[in-house]
Ligand binder design. Structure first.
Ligand code: WQD
Length: 336
């Protein structure tokens, strides 16, 4: 009997790719999503990719009664919690929404899990909890901090899970610290699909490449980096999705929790990303140098070794595949 995995926010960018990876690995995923940052027809495209019906429930993790019904209707073995707000700049403008959705939403889910005797959870965390690390590549043992409500919410969630796990051995948490997820599934049927003007670099570049946006603003070229622009650890979303499967595998097998970076260990600058995307799209991408963006750090990339040691996870797809798959997705996207 395949094990059932509840994916909160499973219709989103990372959630939908994890849905495919879980099906490929023989799991039975169930999606819960309020579609605040996802299109409803993503489930139709997931059915095409997986060749099987998708079980998707529309609703919010803050709705405890709905969660109780889901756990009662489906024998859930583990949960992967993606449902959260994730734009740093927006979190500064809307702190309550970020704290309520990201922190109270996690607590609502944990309460429903406990009522249903389900104690295995993969939590979608972020390298944002490292702020600007003193040492690079950044290890999981690096000090954590925050400099915006989004980063604060992720830090509070991590610390809450640590407290709960320390008090009750039934809980097993996989805390996954993402670096910068980019790219798309090879079919070009699912990918990053921001509702409005993207905050993040690659979806913004993608819209410049399709002509939906006229020019990229490079937020600062006066950082202490080789070309002066910000450096990040970009990881292919298909690799990232596989990391979630390996996290669930490990939790269900051992019952032991883990906290790991999901990154490649390699950093690329903004201008390197522009060049790589120009190669993938076969066209020049107009950009201007603009002032630094508040809250940005200069350079962050992860030490990926612990995920390999504990989960056997290693990123396999490189920068060219990240950009080519993103370009394939945005080129197809306008047709549906
Ligand atoms: C990357 C680089 C920008 C846009 C955030 C969250 C993180 C994760 C990923 C959720 C930086 C530069 C960007 C643009 C630019 N989200 N940039 N022009 O800020 O590293 O991480 O998104 O988990 O938690 O903090 O990603 O893509 O916004 O920026 O020059 O139009 O691109 O300055 O150097 P970031 P990003």
């Amino acid at each position: 009997m395949s094990k059932k995995i509840l994916l909160t926010g499973g219709a989103g960018f990372i959630g939908s790719h994890t849905y495919v990876a879980l099906k490929d690995a023989g799991y039975e995923p169930v999606i819960l999503d309020n579609f605040s940052n996802a299109r409803r027809d993503v489930t139709d495209r997931l059915e095409i990719i997986t060749g099987a019906p998708v079980v998707c429930i529309e609703g919010d993790v803050l709705d405890g009664n709905l969660l109780d019904r889901i756990f009662s209707d489906h024998k859930i073995d583990a949960v992967i919690h993606f449902a959260a707000l994730k734009a740093v700049g927006e979190s500064v403008e809307q702190p309550f929404e970020y704290l309520n959705t990201n922190i109270a939403g996690l607590y609502s889910l944990l309460g429903a899990m406990r009522r249903a005797n389900v104690f295995t959870l993969v939590f979608s965390s972020s390298a944002t909890v490292y702020g600007q690390p003193d040492q690079l590549p950044v290890k999981e043992t690096a000090p954590r901090s925050f400099n915006n409500p989004y980063g604060y919410s992720k830090l509070v969630c991590e610390q809450s899970l640590e407290q709960i796990a320390a008090s009750d051995q039934r809980w097993a948490f996989g805390i996954l610290r993402y670096f910068n997820p980019v790219g798309a599934h090879e079919t070009g049927l699912i990918g990053e699909d921001p509702n409005d003007i993207p905050n993040n670099l690659v979806p913004y570049i993608a819209k410049v490449a399709t002509g939906e946006l006229s020019q990229l603003s490079v937020w600062g070229d006066d950082y202490d980096t080789p070309d002066g622009t910000g450096i990040r650890d970009y990881i292919h979303v298909v690799d990232l999705a596989r990391g979630h499967v390996q996290s669930v595998d490990a939790l269900l097998k051992s019952g032991e929790g883990h906290v790991v970076n999901l990154g490649t260990g390699t950093g690329y600058s903004v201008l390197e990303m522009v060049k790589a995307y120009e190669h993938a799209a076969g066209r020049q991408l107009p950009y201007r140098i603009a002032p630094r963006r508040a809250g940005d750090v200069a350079c962050v990339y992860g030490d990926p070794r612990l995920a390999d040691e504990l989960l056997g996870f290693k990123a396999e797809l490189g920068l060219d595949e990240m950009c080519a798959s993103s370009w394939n997705w945005v080129s197809r996207r306008k047709n549906f």
